[in-house]
Write a protein that binds this ligand. Structure first.
Ligand code: GDD
Ligand code: MN
Length: 372
């Protein structure tokens, strides 16, 4: 059969994987050829002393789709994959381990998810229904599960630690990917541009030849990496939205206090104080706090800088004003009509109103004001 359709670049990072090359390359080549998928296999080797590259060169006589790129600078798993992305000439880029932990027969499925089913990212997932892990000690399963949970708010994907996934190159075009940290997929999911992620269940098998290169420093490295990803603009918007909202309350209170101190008769409006001022001061501090929230949410929470700010600002202000009105009305109803005045009825009612109003604010911001 003649191969046609989009071309697949398989990127395989290696360090001392000579023994696996003679298994991986022939099997991968024969599956891709039997499926008529045009392909190249890029072995990104960090100058392995065991002769991984020589082995690939030897195999490439029979399997010309495979070649080895010997890397001597900027070593490391992620750096090797990033260089693979730059070298790859295919229309779909797939990353997999060399040690046969990732089932080769799933490669065409990941390819098709993108080539035919419109996915932008296709993940070989251990945690989706039908997936799993074979031969891992209980301890490593627990660590892996814990690591996935910590990353949960960053991405809808159930296995962002997977080292087996395919993307369209456009997903990472221009994305500020960091070559540190072992979790390349997580990096791609947080910083890339994509619409649809598809998960294909896989069973991860522990390697039979050679040994794992990922030691305990990986865990420390991972936690640091996570921290950067949480701070990255646009990641985990609900968490950032709450943090910004909290800071906005401080701005609001600070400005209100300042106005009372500077222009009012004292800190707290005493009985008999001209309520007109209270209203004006509150309006000013509200406007400031809302503007503060707007700037942070636009740049950081939702990373919505690609859209003109003026329209966003009007919408964001509208949402905040509506939320304030809803809050005022509901508190009035709770206190004066339903009679929630004493402790703890008042506090509970207020808390429920605040939760509701925060949800309104969030949805209004996300789905309307900062819609991209
Ligand atoms: N070029 C290069 N440089 N390749 C490396 C390096 C490096 O410094 N370190 C590891 N590799 C290659 C290995 O040769 C192998 O092909 C692949 O990266 C994965 O390395 P392993 O040492 O087999 O990792 P693992 O099996 O412990 O971890 C795998 O599973 C994890 C899921 O729990 C990897 O797929 C991880 O990415 C994945 O998160
Ligand atoms: Mn492995």
């Amino acid at each position: 059969m003649v191969a046609d359709g989009p071309m697949l670049s398989v990127i395989v990072p290696t360090y001392n994987e000579r023994g696996n090359m003679g298994l991986l390359i022939p099997r991968l080549s024969s599956i891709l050829e039997s499926e008529s998928i045009p392909y190249e296999i890029l072995v990104m080797d960090d100058d392995s002393p065991d002769g991984t590259c020589e082995e690939v060169r030897r195999l490439s006589v029979q399997y010309p789709g495979a070649r080895c790129i010997r890397r001597t600078r900027d070593r490391g798993l992620s750096a090797a994959v990033m260089e693979g992305y730059r070298e790859a000439r295919g229309d779909i880029h797939l990353v997999m381990d060399a040690d046969l932990s990732h089932p080769i027969e799933v490669v065409p499925e990941l390819y098709r998810a993108i080539a035919h089913d419109g996915a932008d990212v296709a993940v070989g997932s251990r945690h989706t229904r039908g997936g799993g892990i074979e031969d891992w000690p209980f301890k490593r399963k627990v660590i892996s599960w814990g690591a996935s949970m910590l990353a949960r708010p960053l991405t809808p994907c159930s296995d962002p630690m997977s080292g087996f996934f395919a993307i369209r190159p456009s997903v990472i075009e221009g994305a500020p990917l960091r070559a540190k940290g072992y979790k390349i997929l997580l990096e791609v999911l947080v910083k890339g541009r994509y619409n649809r992620v598809v998960e294909v269940p896989i069973t991860f098998k522990d390697r039979e030849i050679g040994e794992s290169k990922l030691g305990s420093d990986v865990i420390v490295n991972y936690v640091q990496h996570l921290m950067w990803l949480y701070l990255h603009p646009g990641s985990a918007p609900p968490i950032k939205f709450l943090a910004v909202g909290g800071s906005g309350i401080l701005v609001d209170l600070g400005i209100l206090t300042g106005l009372f101190l500077l222009l009012g008769d004292g800190f707290i409006p005493l009985p008999g104080y001209d309520l007109k001022y209270v209203f004006i001061f509150q309006a000013i501090s509200f406007a400031y706090a809302t503007t503060w929230n707007f700037v942070w949410n636009r740049h950081w929470t939702f990373d919505a800088r690609s859209v003109r700010p003026s329209g966003q600002y009007v919408k964001f202000f509208t949402v905040a004003t509506i939320a304030l009105i809803v809050r005022t009305v509901l508190v009035h109803v709770a206190v004066n009509i339903m009679g929630f005045e004493g402790m703890p009825e008042y506090q509970i009612a207020l808390l429920m109103v605040i939760v509701l109003v925060t949800i309104i604010n969030y949805l209004g911001s996300r789905l309307w004001a900062f819609k991209k």
